[in-house]
Ligand binder design. Structure first.
Ligand SMILES: [Cu+2]
Length: 110
């Protein structure tokens, strides 16, 4: 009786098990001051969606580059561009402009 109940419980929890948690959304403005916020903190294992909006033509930060994840995406003026970084490992992930991250930010996974 109890066994049957447990089996039913396990089966139903397997069916309804949630998918991976939705990424944490962080809005990043790219303007005269570079990338804001320039420091983002998340927990290990989490996923982050950066929603970047570039609002100036006056800097070299016309792209978002994440070297450690081989991401390189153009940032058209005043258009929001999303990048999703999944299942982050403990450590620091640098991102920034294409000029070797002269303008830059960091995601601290800790
Ligand atoms: Cu640059």
């Amino acid at each position: 009786m109890l066994t049957k109940f447990l089996v039913a419980l396990i089966v139903s929890s397997a069916v309804t098990a949630p998918a991976a948690p939705a990424p944490q959304i962080v809005k990043v403005t790219v303007d005269e001051n570079g990338y804001t916020p320039s420091e983002i903190k998340v927990a290990p294992g989490s996923s982050v969606e950066l929603q970047l909006t570039r609002t100036t033509e006056d800097t070299c930060a016309t792209e978002i580059v994440v070297p450690s994840m081989k991401i390189n995406k153009m940032l058209p003026l005043n258009k929001t561009v999303s990048i999703v970084l999944k299942d982050l490992k403990r450590g620091e992930i640098k991102f920034g402009c294409h000029m070797d991250l002269m303008l830059a930010g960091v995601i601290k996974v800790q």
